[in-house]
Design a protein around this ligand. Structure first.
Ligand code: PLP
Length: 412
């Protein structure tokens, strides 16, 4: 039994006191970021109030305690994603993880006319680092053809048949606009058969579905803690150890080296530490660990089922509303991308805001998605482990009722 009431009680943002425009808050922007439970906030507070010290910096008890905590979280992340502990690099989040692969791996390994395969549905963070690498190396980006808006194994095979120079393939595991999950394991097979490497941008999957690094056999996985009840400014890059060891340094400084001398010779630590220059986001790491414990206490299977149930319910309610155009009815996620006919997405989001409902509108950082959807902007409602059926009802009621954008300004 999914104990939703108990779960909701863990979130101060859901204590009933938070409002927007005078209405109780209905937070449906979870693909963007998620709310934080007390246990995460407490873990961070404890670090600041009870055992503040740096990591790897001192020979005293407090410092040792921090070292142990950081190591404990690295082990937790590894267990959560099923990687080896030394395959977990702490980064500031998904975006930094992708940049680390781009600058640490791609810059060294790509040359003129090599190809990076992306899709038109990718987030800016899984597009722009690759564009930059192309500028620096003369490599090119190609886009995989989609099959009914989806990336499929067959289309990836076709891409390799058409283009012999693909060296890197980088796709979102679950898209942040339409919520489609790709068949990462079989795509990884195809990519490896052709000697390329596969990067899985898992910002939208790790918080919602079991994502098994070893089983999927991808080369890199990237994600952010803030999309899974954790703090902002922390995330991870998971990479096959042999690749991490070969990768060039991206950031350098304290904490990532064994030794350096006046001849400018630097001996870096082994991966993952060689990528972690400077004082780590220790509070963030500790909060990240608490977020993983929290998610584990509910279970990813139960979370996924809860989100799907809500999505199915919302779709069943919106089905009869001819004014609402839904772009991803067949999505297996808690994301609903829609527009109200004749209403610009941002106007619709403003109208929903006037009723206390938080949704995202626009292109959701996936700025080429208009080529896939034939619309320049959509509204996105995204559910998470604490979303209730009542909240989905408030959202659907307001959507079905409609209203004029001017209502957002003149009616309360
Ligand atoms: N990739 C995808 C698919 C995303 O949804 C996001 C965030 O929305 C990102 C990358 C970037 O994540 P962050 O801003 O946490 O680095």
């Amino acid at each position: 039994m999914y104990k939703l009431e108990e779960i909701i009680k863990q979130f101060p943002m859901l204590d009933g006191s938070k409002t927007m425009q005078g209405h109780p808050l209905v937070f449906l922007d979870n693909a963007s970021t998620t709310l934080k439970p007390y246990c995460v906030i407490k873990a961070i507070e404890e670090y600041y109030s009870d055992y503040t010290a740096n990591h790897h910096r001192g020979d005293y008890d407090l410092c040792y305690k921090v070292d142990m905590k950081v190591q404990e979280v690295r082990e937790k992340v590894a267990k959560f994603i099923n990687s080896e502990v030394n395959e977990v690099v702490f980064t500031s989040g998904d975006t930094e993880s992708l940049n680390l692969i781009a600058y640490g791996y791609a810059l060294d390994n790509l040359k003129k006319d090599d190809v990076i395969l992306l899709s038109l549905e990718e987030h800016a963070s899984n597009t722009l680092p690759w564009y930059r690498i192309c500028e620096l190396t003369g490599a090119k980006v190609e886009f995989v053809d989609l099959e009914d808006k989806k990336i499929t194994v067959n289309r990836v095979k076709e891409a390799f048949n058409k283009c012999k120079n693909i060296k890197i393939v980088s796709f979102a595991h679950v898209g942040n606009v339409l919520g489609y999950e790709i068949d990462a394991k079989n795509i990884a097979n195809v990519v490896h058969e052709h000697g390329a490497i596969f990067v899985l941008d898992a910002a939208q999957s790790v918080p919602h579905i079991k994502t098994d690094f070893k089983d999927l056999d991808v080369d890199f996985i990237t994600f952010s803690a803030h999309k899974m009840c954790g703090p902002t400014g922390i995330g991870a890059l998971i990479g096959k150890y042999s690749l991490l060891q070969k990768m060039s340094l991206f950031k350098t400084g304290g904490g990532m080296n064994v030794k350096f001398n006046k001849n400018m010779e630097v001996i870096p630590l082994d991966a993952p530490y060689k990528f972690e220059a400077g004082t780590l986001n220790i509070a963030g790491i500790i909060g990240f660990g608490a977020a993983i414990d929290f998610i584990n206490s509910i279970g990813l299977d139960a979370i996924k089922e809860h989100e799907l149930e809500l999505a199915r319910y919302a779709l069943s309610r919106l089905e009869s509303c001819k004014d609402v155009v839904i772009y991803n009815k067949d999505s297996n996620s808690g994301i609903i991308a829609f527009n109200r006919a004749g209403v610009f997405a941002q106007d619709e989001a403003t109208l929903l805001n006037s009723k206390g409902i938080a949704v995202r509108s626009g292109q959701h950082c996936a700025k080429m998605i208009d080529e896939v959807l034939d619309t320049i902007a959509t509204v996105r409602a995204s559910f998470y482990l604490y979303t209730s059926k009542e909240e989905v009802d408030i959202f659907c009621d307001n959507l079905i009722k409609g209203g004029d954008i001017l209502d957002a300004y003149f009616s309360k």
